[in-house]
Write a protein that binds this ligand. Structure first.
Ligand SMILES: [Zn+2]
Length: 240
């Protein structure tokens, strides 16, 4: 009897520990719909994992943009969030000086995309505003972020970005190298919210056979390490 009880306590203890340390990854893909979005859409349908898309409304002005956006909308593994209508037209400093115009730009995107959540990401800025907690990358954009938060938006940046060289299109790091960085950050609890890691990707990076393969490899590694994929609307409001 004593042995059985001990075994039971051990099982309960181990289960609690497993639940407590389960770490969560939020895959976020920015700037779509773009021509490459169809590749991401196909990959996600095969991998069947939670993917968060930060969409730019201006890209729906082309027929191809609307077709690729429809792919996203019909994909049961994708949730779409607001990444502004104009993406600052690429002129970030000027854009963020006019806080009222920034708010209008996000509201315009809301009326076009009709997202289910008030979670947004600012173009060109890694800024966070979650339930009173905040983080900024640079000064330009802070007032705009505060103004967006005051108007009901939750702003989510990223913990790690997987980028590519703008000219050679080579990735900054390969999948296995990136996985090491991710594990290191999670282990050190060096993320905006501990045990939760937001990874920034861009649709345009993942259409070549090599990069599709790299992304598959990354997902495989994450599955192997028992990381959980989640949608941003389940991101914790409090850093416990
Ligand atoms: Zn962007």
């Amino acid at each position: 009897m004593k042995t059985m009880l001990l075994a039971l306590f051990l099982i309960i203890g181990l289960t609690a520990k497993t639940i407590a340390i389960q770490q969560t990854i939020y895959l976020t893909l920015d700037d779509g719909p773009l021509p490459e979005s169809k590749c991401i859409d196909s990959l996600v349908r095969v991998e069947r994992i939670a993917v968060n898309i930060f969409a730019v409304g201006a890209n729906l002005s082309s027929k191809e943009g609307r077709i690729n956006y429809a792919r996203y909308k019909s994909n049961p593994h994708i949730k779409i969030f607001n990444h502004s209508y104009s993406h600052a037209n690429g002129h970030y400093r000027k854009y963020y000086r006019d806080t009222a115009a920034v708010l209008k730009d996000f509201q315009k995107n809301d009326s076009l995309l009709n997202p289910f959540s008030s979670i947004i990401r600012m173009p060109g800025r890694n800024m966070w505003r979650i339930n009173g907690r905040s983080k900024n990358d640079i000064t330009n954009g802070i007032e705009a972020a505060d103004h967006l938060a005051a108007n009901g938006y939750t702003i989510i940046g990223w913990d790690i970005a997987w980028l590519q060289d703008s000219i050679t299109k080579e990735p900054s790091i390969d999948a296995l190298g990136l996985m090491e960085v991710i594990e290191h950050r999670l282990k050190r609890r060096n993320t905006f919210t501990k045990d939760h890691l937001v990874l920034l990707l861009h649709d345009e990076m993942f259409c070549s056979a090599i990069m599709v393969n790299e992304l598959k490899k990354l997902i495989e590694e994450m599955n192997r390490k028992k990381l959980r994929f989640a949608y941003l609307d389940s991101y914790p409001l409090i850093n416990k």
